[in-house]
Design a protein around this ligand. Structure first.
Ligand code: PA5
Ligand code: NI
Length: 185
């Protein structure tokens, strides 16, 4: 007989994942030492303040398998700089990823191995094809939670070390919206 399985479910309005074994990882201010430019403002932040939560469906990990996860970046800033993910290259550099905006507004900061950066605007329904050899960071430029669904190969891995000195641009408030500033570090 044909088996009928109830698949996992994502609520498009909120990014809430259901019907699957989901693992949540919360990254707070204290965990992001050295990530934001303004160290004095970072020290004044509440260390336990959540910056982003990632929910990932538990999946078999093997060549060809895919992870599915939702990242929720909270609204906020450290000094003038918007809350954002740490950002990474994939350990297996050739592996790509797809992001889908679900709610809120922000930017996907992309940077190639030559340090050249570009941004894509993330809104509900936006689709972002991240090619291989491209580092990526999600930034919340709005006043609401920014949620995006991501799908990536389980073999991709995360390389945080290569960009431990940061991306080549930083996204800061200009009072009403955002502006990009070249990094100095
Ligand atoms: O696979 C991805 O790119 C995302 O799921 C990220 O891991 C997530 O947004 C958290 O960002 P980071 O891994 O840079 O802390
Ligand atoms: Ni990734």
């Amino acid at each position: 007989t044909l088996s009928t399985l109830v698949p996992p479910h994502v609520a498009w309005q909120t990014g809430a994942l259901k019907n699957g074994p989901v693992i949540r990882k919360t990254t707070d201010i204290a965990a992001l030492a050295g990530v934001f430019a303004d160290t004095k403002s970072w020290q004044r932040c509440e260390p336990g303040q959540a910056v982003y939560d990632v929910d990932v469906l538990q999946t078999e990990t093997c060549e060809g398998a895919l992870f599915t996860g939702v990242t929720h970046v909270h609204p906020g800033r450290v000094g003038d700089e918007f809350f954002m993910t740490r950002g990474h290259f994939h350990a297996r550099r050739e592996q790509g990823e797809v992001y889908f905006g679900l709610r809120g507004c922000g930017l996907l900061l992309l940077q190639n191995e030559r340090g050249e950066a570009r941004v894509e605007i993330v809104t509900a329904g936006s689709v972002h094809i991240i090619p291989g050899y491209t580092a990526h960071r999600l930034i919340n430029t709005g006043g609401e939670i920014l949620s995006a669904l991501a799908v990536w190969p389980t073999v991709a891995g995360h390389d945080y070390a290569t960009l431990s000195d940061g991306f080549s641009v930083r996204i800061k408030t200009d009072g009403t919206g955002w502006r990009a500033e070249a990094s100095h570090d």
